[in-house]
Design a protein around this ligand. Sequence first.
Ligand SMILES: *[C@@H]1O[C@H](CO)[C@@H](O)[C@H](O)[C@H]1NC(C)=O
Ligand SMILES: *[C@@H]1O[C@H](CO)[C@@H](O)[C@H](O)[C@H]1NC(C)=O
Ligand SMILES: *[C@@H]1O[C@H](CO)[C@@H](O)[C@H](O)[C@H]1NC(C)=O
Length: 208
Amino acid sequence: MHFFFLTCGLVAIISATCVKAQGYPSQSSPFFLRLNSTDPEIDGSVIMPVHAGSIRKHLAFAQVSIPDDRDRFFLNTSDTSEIDGVKTGILVWNLPRREPMNGLDHDSMSMKMYQIPVSNIATTSLTLGAGDSARIGFDSDNKLFYVWEYSLNDGTIPLDQIGRQRFFYQWQVCTTYHDLYIYTDLAWNTGGEPTNPSCRPVNVTREF
Ligand SMILES: *[C@@H]1O[C@H](CO)[C@@H](O)[C@H](O)[C@H]1NC(C)=O
Ligand SMILES: *[C@@H]1O[C@H](CO)[C@@H](O)[C@H](O)[C@H]1NC(C)=O
Ligand SMILES: *[C@@H]1O[C@H](CO)[C@@H](O)[C@H](O)[C@H]1NC(C)=O
């Protein structure tokens, strides 16, 4: 019986979150992602999806200034996703298919973030579908931002601001290990001095 109630509670919590979850069916024109940094080795480089298993890609830092056609991304939005007139949505990339299916020559992947409790660096990757995607957008300078809302955890934020959505710019380029491979990837600093000393703060700009 206890288990039953617990499950219901969990379902209630999950469905409350699900009400907020929505699809992002409108797609922007394609663009490249270029990094801006005070580190000259990173400044001007592009972000490139690299293989990390058949259905996972990493957003790797590529020390090239001229991107390849396959490094094109999209912003998928919905009619209702905007903050102060700026459209928000998810970062999308098309994984090419060997054989077209249902008339599509690709599968749509989107950016997710992964964090563990003992690091303040969240890693990013591209996986299939829109579920659990990072909410993002581009400001009037075409800079990539992350959307989050002030929560009770923020402590010093006035109570009337709680739940207000804001843009955040805490992108990093960090060297991380995934299984036995080493990647230098786009990552996110959740706050404070990065626990990973290889991280460099960056901004990510879209270029049509
Ligand atoms: C990065 O930003 C700085 C300061 O705004 C600017 O001077 C520099 O040209 C930018 N680099 C690129 C590649 O956009
Ligand atoms: C993004 O939008 C395109 C065009 O509507 C759609 O085909 C694709 O499935 C969407 N991607 C995701 C991850 O929702
Ligand atoms: C990124 O852009 C934001 C918003 O313009 C700015 O506040 C921040 O200092 C920039 N960060 C870096 C690393 O250039």
